[in-house]
Structures are given as structure tokens and as C-alpha cells.
Design a protein around this ligand. Structure first.
Ligand code: GDP
Ligand code: MG
Length: 154
């Protein structure tokens, strides 16, 4: 398993409005993941519909697009060993009510439609790279060594 898997993470409008960007970044930093890209943006309809294309036939699709475009989000790329799966474990279940304490959604959310954060799906291989490409240009992503790497990886 390589130590340089990249995954896409986005603090949704509710997380930004509630002032949880820093808290969420801290969790990934403390876990030892490496931040390789980040930006605050507001999604337009086209980007939102592309991002959530897999859900276009679901009854909640219009509300989801409406919500995700309603206010700024904070998009990030994190890198590390098994990053996509490990980030999803830290995020919790889709419904905060089903997410255990200790997860981001389980600690900060109560409602399915306000679950604070998006993260690429490890059960959908390639979704991480696809989402990174959708949100970031290559020159917005950093290539650097973490000085702590030898203390984090055997
Ligand atoms: P995720 O990968 O855990 O974010 O969940 P999904 O990919 O299944 O769904 C994408 C997003 O759509 C979720 O994060 C929720 O914001 C929203 N969503 C999913 N299922 C439902 C639902 O049944 N009702 C509503 N209102 N929103 C949903
Ligand atoms: Mg998903």
C-alpha cells in the first residue's frame, strides 16, 4: 500500500458557516495526513451537478445541489497511506445520527441533510482522483516532503 494516496475532502456550507473548518483540518493533520491542496470556493450549479452526478436520479438531488451551492465550501486534498478509506472512517456514516462519537459527523452533526463534510468514497475506486481533478488544477496541488514522514511510516 503506497503512502501517497490522495483523497478529496470538502467542508460543506453548514460546516463553513458553523466555523468548523479549522477543527476538521486539525483532525486530518493530527492523524498524520499531508495537506496538498486547499481553497475556499462557492460551487456553481454545473460543478455541483457534476460532483453529485451519481445521485441525479435520487429524490434528494435538487435539494442537495441547492444546498451545496448556497454558500462557500472549503475544498481540500489530503495525502497518506490508505487516505481515502481512512478519511471516510474519520468522517463517519452518511447520516450523522448513525455516526459514532469520535467521527466528524458523529461529533458535530444531527441531520442527514446537514452532514458537514464530503469525502471521496473508497468503495467507488477512482472517485478520489476524479473528484480531485474536478475541483483542482494540477498547479494548485503541492509536491513536498513532510519532515515527520519517517516518524509516521515504518
Ligand atoms: P456520502 O458519500 O456519505 O456523503 O453520502 P452519499 O454519497 O450517499 O450522498 C451524498 C450526499 O447526499 C450526502 O452526504 C447527503 O448530504 C445527501 N444525502 C444522501 N442521502 C440522502 C437522503 O436520503 N436524504 C437527503 N435529504 N440527503 C441525502
Ligand atoms: Mg458519496
Amino acid at each position: 500500500m503506497s503512502n501517497d494516496e490522495r483523497t478529496f475532502v470538502m467542508v460543506k456550507p453548514d460546516g463553513v458557516q458553523r466555523g468548523l473548518i479549522g477543527e476538521i483540518i486539525s483532525r486530518f493533520e493530527h492523524r498524520g495526513l499531508k495537506l496538498v491542496g486547499a481553497k475556499a470556493i462557492q460551487l456553481d450549479r454545473e460543478l455541483a451537478e457534476q460532483h453529485y452526478a451519481e445521485h441525479e436520479d435520487k429524490p434528494f438531488f435538487d435539494d442537495l445541489v441547492e444546498f451545496i451551492t448556497s454558500a462557500p465550501v472549503f475544498a481540500m486534498v489530503w495525502e497518506g497511506k490508505d487516505a481515502t478509506h481512512q478519511v471516510r472512517r474519520m468522517v463517519g456514516e452518511t447520516d450523522p445520527a448513525e455516526s459514532p462519537p469520535g467521527t466528524i459527523r458523529g461529533d458535530y452533526g444531527l441531520d442527514l441533510g446537514r452532514n458537514l463534510i464530503h469525502a471521496s468514497d473508497h468503495e467507488d475506486p477512482g472517485s478520489n482522483e476524479r473528484e480531485i481533478e474536478l475541483f483542482f488544477d494540477e498547479d494548485e496541488l503541492l509536491d513536498y516532503e513532510q519532515v515527520t514522514a519517517e516518524w509516521q511510516y515504518e
